[in-house]
Every structure is written in structure tokens, then in C-alpha cells.
Design a protein around this ligand. Structure first.
Ligand SMILES: [Cu+2]
Length: 78
């Protein structure tokens, strides 16, 4: 399976939502200067045509994770 960038931006039709997740549309970090490890957070921003730029914080999940912990349900004990 080959990945290709979405040209010209990702369209979100009125009244709909678009999910970015493993196995589907996703954000891809390129040219990382250092490795990411689970539990780290990465600051970024998403730019919308109408809504402008919205700051976001990405939480690094382990390889193979299918959803953020907050969506997967349950919790971990340490
Ligand atoms: Cu990709």
C-alpha cells in the first residue's frame, strides 16, 4: 500500500467530519530531527480555510496503537 499526499488540502464537507487515524487519512511527520517516544507530546497546528490556525498537541502513542488512550477506553495502572 502506497501513501500519497493529499494535494490542495483535505476537504471537509459541511456537516461532516474527517477522521485522521491509523490505516486511513493521517498526518505524517517528515524529516524528524530526533526520535519520538511513547508518552511524549508534540506541539503543532492545523490550518483551516475558514477557522484559521488552531494549535494542537499530539501525544505520542506506542507503535501499533489504534486510537488515543482517551478514545480507547479504560486506563493503565503503573
Ligand atoms: Cu503516511
Amino acid at each position: 500500500m502506497k501513501m500519497a499526499p493529499v494535494e490542495g488540502g483535505l476537504a471537509i464537507a459541511p456537516g461532516t467530519s474527517v477522521a485522521l487515524k491509523p490505516g486511513g487519512l493521517h498526518l505524517m511527520f517528515l524529516d524528524l530531527k530526533e526520535g519520538l517516544k511513547a508518552g511524549d507530546t508534540v506541539s503543532g497546528s492545523l490550518t483551516f480555510e475558514r477557522a484559521g490556525t488552531v494549535p494542537v498537541t499530539f501525544t505520542v502513542a506506542p507503535i501499533g496503537a489504534q486510537a488515543p488512550a482517551s478514545e480507547a477506553g479504560g486506563h493503565q495502572h503503573h
